[in-house]
Design a protein around this ligand. Structure first.
Ligand SMILES: Cc1ncc(COP(=O)(O)O)c(C=O)c1O
Length: 450
């Protein structure tokens, strides 16, 4: 339906416009020759405009770049700022801890940790929590524990999942239906098909086939995929996963890092799920780095009784700055004052308005696209109905169209996540923010038709 030559020309126009209106950003990028890829972290080069947005300030749902342009931010740090940028309660708690408490790197416990553990237990239903600095590490450490406790070597994930830079998770169902390393997998320590198994999301038969080998310590999954577009569970799928994991003696880990958008206790609470382990990170720190994993009581007991596992030194689980006072003070303030049940109700209502409006624009334009919502998270895809597995969703990607929409929106003050077309709402996101997106999005869609 979309003329590709026209699309290429439109994208080139938007890129040129962005560079022309962002001279200070262009200078900053040019001056960063001692950074690998000119950015502090290579992913920051994932910029539809060819030049990263250099943020000067960010508050609530708004961000201002070094060239003085304001943006409504629906990226929210790819969920790390789901609490809004610099929420006042977190700023106050962190400032107090820094200025009055001090001692940010003592490797000693603080009282905030128990409060956060109790709150996470109440929200997610698993009672024994431990902390990391990133969700990646929470996943890494959780799966080590699960291999140890089962004596089984493999981890099973869904095709095109994302759980951070976890070696075992970089596996997909290949075109021939067999497990394969994810394309682009950088410097894998071993062949991932020997450490992992993979099944498509929503495919219970495939999951059962893989679990039947009897060597899977744990299934690590997002209750809904969020990193290849949002892929929601078909009726009965998650119940089937739980039943199959129990039947085959594999533990079930819900990675709630992104599905936390479903509600105050993530998809686990919203959908009444019963995982053995919950992992999470990003948003619970209100902008300060944190990761966490929670274990069921029987699992924690089993691990606690294993004298052969070195959990207090160099056994492979833990880190010097994990569980530091700043992360936990921030998490306490975030959970107590910012990402509250009331806040979630508001965020989800605003996200629903976002989804309804986008659906309306797409329908009126007669485009065969779809919109999917997971609580405070919304995604539009260039396929209808929405894909039901990671593989199908990966196949539906249209990088040029995606880049064009992102660049068009950026040039008109709207920021989406650089990965696919994901928009997230924070407690500060308003219906006016949503209306600002819709106005620009409708114009972008209209421009495709000439
Ligand atoms: C579901 C999920 N798990 C884990 C991670 C890794 O988080 P971090 O980058 O904080 O390690 C991500 C990051 O996007 C994620 O989406």
């Amino acid at each position: 339906m979309i003329d590709r030559d026209r699309l290429d020309a439109l994208l080139a126009r938007e890129r040129a416009a962005f560079v022309a209106t962002h001279p200070r950003s262009a200078d900053a990028y040019a001056a960063a020759g001692n950074l690998f890829g000119r950015v502090p972290m290579t992913w920051m080069n994932k910029a539809a405009t060819g030049l990263p947005v250099y943020a000067a300030r960010a508050r609530g749902s708004r961000l201002t770049d070094v060239d003085g342009h304001d943006y409504v931010d629906f990226c929210l740090g790819d969920t790390a700022a789901m609490a809004g940028h610099s929420p006042p309660a977190v700023v106050a708690a962190v400032t107090d801890r820094l200025a009055s408490g001090g001692g940010l790197a003592t490797m000693l416990p603080t009282e905030d940790a128990a409060w956060v553990g109790e709150e996470l237990a109440r929200r997610f239903g698993v009672p024994r929590w431990s902390f990391a600095l990133t969700a990646t590490d929470a996943n890494r450490w959780a799966i080590r524990l699960l291999r140890a406790v089962t004596g089984r070597p493999r981890i099973l994930v869904n095709s095109y999942c994302y759980h951070g830079s976890v070696d075992e998770s970089l596996i997909v169902v290949g075109p021939d239906g067999r497990a394969a390393s994810r394309p682009g997998n950088v410097g894998a320590p071993s062949d991932v098909t020997t450490t992992s198994r993979v099944a498509e999301y929503n495919d219970l038969a495939g999951l059962e086939r893989e679990l039947a080998h009897g060597d899977v310590a744990a299934v690590l999954m997002e209750p809904a995929l969020t990193n290849i577009g949002i892929v929601l569970p078909a009726p009965g799928y998650l119940e089937g996963v739980r039943e199959l994991t129990r039947r085959h003696g594999s533990y079930l880990v819900n990675d709630e890092t992104h599905t936390f958008s479903a509600g105050p206790g993530g998809a686990t609470a919203a959908w009444g799920l019963e995982p053995d382990v919950v992992t999470i990170g990003k948003a619970i720190g209100g902008g300060i780095p944190i990761g966490a994993y929670g274990l069921s009581e029987p699992l924690a007991d089993l691990l606690g009784n294993r004298a052969d596992l070195d959990l207090v030194d160099m056994g492979g689980v833990g880190g010097t700055l994990a569980g530091n006072p700043l992360s936990l003070t921030a998490a306490r303030a975030t959970l107590q004052h910012v990402l509250t049940p009331t806040a979630f109700a508001g965020m989800i209502a605003v996200a629903t308005a976002f989804a309804d409006g986008v659906r309306d624009i797409i329908d009126r334009a007669g485009l065969p696209w779809s919109v999917t919502q997971l609580g405070a998270r919304v995604e539009y895809r260039f396929q209808s109905p929405a894909p039901t597995s990671g593989g199908a969703s990966a196949a539906a990607a249209d990088p040029a169209l995606e880049d064009y929409l992102h660049a068009y929106l950026l040039n008109r003050g709207v920021l989406l996540t650089p990965f696919h077309n994901m928009a997230l709402t924070s407690p500060d996101t308003t219906l006016a923010d949503v209306a600002a997106h819709h106005e620009v999005f409708a114009a972008a869609v209209a421009s495709l038709k000439g």
